[in-house]
Design a protein around this ligand. Sequence first.
Ligand SMILES: [Fe+2]
Length: 248
Amino acid sequence: MGQAKAQQTAQVEATESNIRPKNGTPTTGVTETGQIRATASDEIDMDEVQDYLVTDDSVCRGFMPTEFEPAADPYRLYRFLTDLDDVLAAEPDDAERIQQVSPMVRSLLISSDWLQFEYTDPSPERGWAVRMLYREPSFPLTVQMVSWEPGKTSTVHNHATWGIVALIRGREKNTFWRRSPTPEHPDRIEKVGEQILVPGDVIGFTPGAIHCVEALDDEPTISFNLYGITDYAQRFQFDPNAHTAKQF
Ligand SMILES: [Fe+2]
């Protein structure tokens, strides 16, 4: 395909100047014009949204992607999947993949109004729900819409594959952890930072990045989630208090 492959992104260290504070009101939805529709009367320009990369040390860095121009408008899901397949075939490095795919994800969300409504309400029992958008045997991708009930917090976990999450509705706090083993507690982890995501933000994780998410405010969060092939032997849920980790 060449287009996504040609994307060169410049990763930069996270600083106060390149990571925007997220103190705004709850927002929802992406308009056809590339703006984010807010639940309140205000709108957030797409220029204000942020791309993040969380690496295996669980440090969250903002980065500045170059422009991505889809081959066709609208940028339909099947084209996105085809472009994505090409990136994965050409680029073995997960951090590089994430930086190339993040602008493609944003183009997909801007192009696809239907995605905003393609979710399942969070389960009252579990506090979350997953709607599978695409999964095919022997194709190394899982595409989901994920919803979280306000106030719910996920387990602390890594994904053991690369992953990209684009927030579509609500606000979500990501807390990042890294391994900090001691002889007594080899699975000990420590908190290293946090970042609040708003609609339009896209965050990518390399396989060892450890995080938990919390749905903020008073409406469910809706996100578009994309994952590669999970190495289940390396995927863990961590208990930061008991200093334990278990596969899941
Ligand atoms: Fe996660």
